[in-house]
Write a protein that binds this ligand. Structure first.
Ligand SMILES: Nc1ncnc2c1ncn2[C@@H]1O[C@H](COP(=O)(O)OP(=O)(O)O)[C@@H](O)[C@H]1O
Ligand SMILES: [Mg+2]
Length: 347
């Protein structure tokens, strides 16, 4: 098959995505496909020759500990077009049998690329545009599932200089402050004290946009992938730092990941069922990964679901697949084939 792997893009998670894209590109090439790895934002700018033959840039492979400065990224593209889609990307996609979305975060995971590809008539991997857009919005997702799945209490606000003091006074502690549509823990603050809450709220003002203030749940962090209508064995994350932040996510060894999670059978069933329920209620397809905190009495609290979960060397879905004997290459192949089927069925 002719496959275009889209990665990078103008998202705080672009470096993570470039790493995912490199791995996916290599794995699909190893399986005999013709594969081009393209940065969604830079496209074919400065690239010569056939992208299907191009070697994978080694710089893509390791995720640096800091999220990139997007203004700098934006200004380093030569043209002054406001387009988020780099030169030549659309043409490459049109000629592909399938576009593999190795993108993460906004403009990738949020349904807009999916909508563009739908309109171009090009099949792509993962969930469709509407379900992707819903899952990107933590508030909307929680509202869709709260009747049937346990999720921490929350409030959604736009934090401004005008309401910051009032929120600081009225918000119950401990609380987690998180942007409504971020990922990779970027902008997430766990606040146990008013001082920490102030820092979190100020960060929200700086980031702009809406913010979820969510009841902090003390427990074990368990994540479960769904692949083709089944829950994979769950994975437990034991961060070395206070919580599973950006740095802990992408530096090998920064968090302990145990797969399958060493939890009682009933817990495993409960998180698996909850993940499947969210998947179904939001209308997702092919694959996704849901994040939970499980309390000491075994109650899984759903945090969020990721529709294009990471595929980097330290990522979790590949580890969960390996636990049931699915290799990284096979996982990519399954994702491609199931996605082609899903697009045919119009989901
Ligand atoms: N309500 C919560 N209680 C305890 N920890 C939380 C809560 N919400 C988020 N966290 C911590 O913050 C991390 C990131 O939050 P998450 O909702 O998964 O956002 P994202 O991964 O999209 O940045 C989680 O993996 C967890 O470690
Ligand atoms: Mg998460």
């Amino acid at each position: 098959m002719k496959i275009v792997v889209l990665a990078g893009g103008l998202s705080p998670e672009r470096n993570v995505s470039l790493s995912s894209g490199s791995m996916v590109c290599q794995a699909l090439r190893d399986r005999g496909h013709q594969v081009a790895l393209v940065d969604l934002f830079f496209g074919m700018e400065g690239r010569e020759g056939d992208p299907y033959q191009a070697p994978i840039p080694p710089a893509y492979q390791k995720v640096s500990p800091q999220a990139p400065d997007l203004e700098q990224v934006r200004s380093s593209r030569k043209d002054s077009s406001p387009s988020m889609i780099g030169p030549g990307v659309e043409e490459l996609c049109r000629e592909a049998d399938v576009v593999y979305l190795a993108l993460h975060g906004a403009c990738g995971e949020d349904g807009r690329i999916q909508a563009m590809l739908d309109l171009l008539g090009v099949p792509y991997t993962g969930s469709g545009c509407l379900a992707s857009a819903i899952a990107m919005d933590k508030d909307l997702t929680k509202r869709m599932v709260e009747q049937q799945v346990l999720t921490p209490r929350w409030e959604t606000v736009t934090v401004t200089r005008d309401n910051l003091e009032q929120l600081l006074e009225e918000t119950q502690l401990p609380v987690v402050v998180k942007p409504i549509a971020s990922g990779s823990s970027i902008g997430v603050t766990v606040a146990h004290t008013r001082e920490e809450l102030r820092r979190g709220l100020e960060e929200s003002v700086r980031l702009g946009g809406r913010t979820v203030l969510e009841q902090y749940i003390k427990g074990r962090e368990i994540q479960v992938a769904v692949l083709n209508g089944k829950a994979l064995p769950s994975i437990e994350i034991i961060p070395q730092a206070e919580f599973y932040d950006y740095e802990n996510k992408y530096q090998p060894g920064a968090a302990l990941e145990v797969c399958p999670a060493q939890i009682p059978q009933e817990w495993e069933q409960a998180v698996g069922q909850a993940a499947l329920k969210v998947f179904e209620l939001v209308g997702l397809s092919v694959y996704a990964r849901a994040d939970f905190i499980v309390t000491p009495d075994g109650k899984p609290y759903f945090l969020e679901i990721n529709t294009l979960p990471g595929m980097t060397p330290t990522s979790l879905v590949p580890q969960e697949a390996a636990a049931v004997g699915i290799s990284y290459g096979e996982l990519c192949q399954i994702i491609v084939e199931s996605s082609l089927q899903a697009r045919k069925e119009g989901v």
